[in-house]
Design a protein around this ligand. Sequence first.
Ligand SMILES: [Fe+2]
Length: 493
Amino acid sequence: MPIAIKFERAVFVLVLTFVMCSVSGAIAMQKLRSAEFFEWSDTWYKTTRATTRSSLDLRSINESIIFVEAELDKIGVAKQEQVMEIGTSSIEQGIQPDSSPRDWSWGFWPAVPLYPYGRRRTLRFEVVKDTIWTFDQVQGILYTVVPIRMTVVKLKAGGLLVYAPIAPTPECIRLVNELVMEHGDVKYIILPTSSGLEHKVFVGPFARRFQNAQVFVAPNQWSFPLNLPLAWLGFPQSRTHVLPENSSQTPFAQEFDYEVLDIDLGRGSFAEVALIHKRSRTLLVTDCILSVPLSPPAIVQLDPYPLLFHARDNALEAIEDNEANRRKGWQRICLFAIYFRPSALEITGLLQAFRNALKAPEKSKKAYFGLFPFRWKENWKQSFDALQGNGRPFVAPILQTLILPQASRQVLNWADKVASWNFERIISCHFDSPIEVSSRQFRSCFAFLEKKTAANQDSSSSQSLLESDSEFIKEIEAFLVKYGIATPAKEKV
Ligand SMILES: [Fe+2]
């Protein structure tokens, strides 16, 4: 099949999925708005009734919402019961022993329907003593699970600042409230991205649990397919503000500074807010910097099934739960999550995949009925070693290829400003945390945007990933440019 047709189909499926997610998301988020929602629905109802003479009863709408919420909850419970069958392992830190499945409930998972759907565990870690804590959950597609992270910083005058909230499950809220009891209420909540739906979706529901918090968002927020106002996405209207261009104008300016990277992509913007907590010399970023750990993070090991699923070389292999297999599965998940289709991965034909499924040792629903249409080449570990690079920070290839080269000069100016701050660690919203790193190392992550010179050659080569692994992302770029969805990368600086 010609590659363009394959792409067309893939893009069609992606767009269709996204449209469905966005519509269901907008509806689900509306439900989160409780009093404001009912006020809105009341107005909508009255208007609709006046204009259409509909016999629709508002009470029945509200009853329907309660019914749907109950159904979502049941689905979540069923899924978590599956997870419980697998069992959990003890881990060195971050475990919350008094946690129960009801505590993991996230009823609005259809808003962005990612694994593990309606039940999300949360682990809290203290990064800087009595000052900074991270909260990890997992999310992914087809068992490609990676951490998603929220960071909480204690304010000098009392109270907390929350950067990039995660799903406000009862467990998550309990863990935050333990800090509230000791250090004061949540005062500020930051949404540090305009395009990262996986972060944006939690901000409204999280903010509603902390009624005294002011919400600050990155500029130029947008949603797809309809560009809805933030209030329609569940944000508390009276408490939500766009981060001022001048960072000294925020109420937390004494302790923090920030720099916003805001790239206009034509059909929306890519924004990332780098926020520094000056006293602890800690930089918070969202998606722009990653570091890949050799072993699976603790939050991913709470349910090892996805690790073991991906540890198999092919569909016919039975897999044992041990440390080596968990690590192997994690390393392959990283290749999937970062490259989508790494060079060491072979996709088996549909017919072969079904034949293999018939012979697979596990054919349960959880194992996708034995379907595993992949075969790893022997050199897969070389790809992972290049990706992992002894934990050095880097920019994800999807951003290196599709987003940041759209505004190289702007990105480098932003990176220069951030690198002028005095920090010694980065907390990113994904993969490893914290990353012990200097501002010089941070700046060198963006050398791919610069023409090679004698001065920057060393730093750019130290970031190098295998070119062959990024080929699929380059094919996506070529397709998007061909059909006018993206513009070609700008000249290097
Ligand atoms: Fe993200």
